[in-house]
Structures are given as structure tokens and as C-alpha cells.
Design a protein around this ligand. Structure first.
Ligand code: FES
Length: 107
């Protein structure tokens, strides 16, 4: 089974179930708290993640991601967890703006 490693969350490993419709859904399936202010509707960027490894293992960018990229709110190595689907192993990081106050991050 493919997995997501969250590098700055103590290297937490999250299994990706093939039926997960998005990275956010995969994280929620494994009870990992992840910011998602618009509840995964692609209307904010709070679920943003930084892709460290496995960029080619992610689904094509959605219209929402392309729009945010054009507006300068998403850079080349960033994806929206609620829009992107993991197709294989990934390593990601939580950006500073997505860090939750009750979790301890490594940086
Ligand atoms: S939760 Fe708002 S864009 Fe992903």
C-alpha cells in the first residue's frame, strides 16, 4: 500500500487507501488533523501541502489549483490536499500557515 510521509510531523506515515478521493481524505482516514477551512471544497488554500518527494505520484492539478497558482497563492511544489489525489508514495511537509496549534511540528 502506498504511503505519505509527513516530514515535519515526526515523519508520520499515513497509508493511502486506493479509494481515498484526495490526500485530505487519506489523512482523515488515518485520523491526522490537517487544516481545511472550506471543508475540502477548493475555496481556500488552508489545506496546502509542500511536496518534497513523489510529485509525479500525484493526480493532475484541478481547476482550483491552477487558479490559485495563477493568483500566486500556490507555488510549483505546493498542492491542495483536498484537490490532489496520491497515486503512490509521497513525502510532504506542512507549511507554516497550515500548522495547527495543538500539534508539535519539527520546524
Ligand atoms: S480545504 Fe479549502 S481548498 Fe482545500
Amino acid at each position: 500500500m502506498a504511503k505519505i510521509v509527513i516530514e515535519n510531523l515526526s515523519g508520520k506515515e499515513v497509508n493511502i487507501h486506493p479509494q481515498s478521493r484526495s490526500i485530505l481524505a487519506a489523512l482523515q482516514n488515518e485520523r491526522v488533523d490537517w487544516m481545511h477551512a472550506c471543508e475540502g471544497k477548493g475555496r481556500c488554500t488552508t489545506c496546502k501541502l509542500i511536496v518534497v518527494k513523489g510529485f509525479e505520484q500525484i493526480s493532475e492539478k484541478t481547476a482550483a489549483e491552477i487558479r490559485y497558482e495563477q493568483e500566486g497563492k500556490l507555488s510549483g511544489n505546493e498542492r491542495l490536499a483536498c484537490q490532489a489525489k496520491a497515486l503512490g508514495d509521497l513525502a510532504v511537509r506542512v507549511p507554516d500557515e497550515g500548522k495547527l496549534p495543538h500539534l508539535k511540528y519539527d520546524d
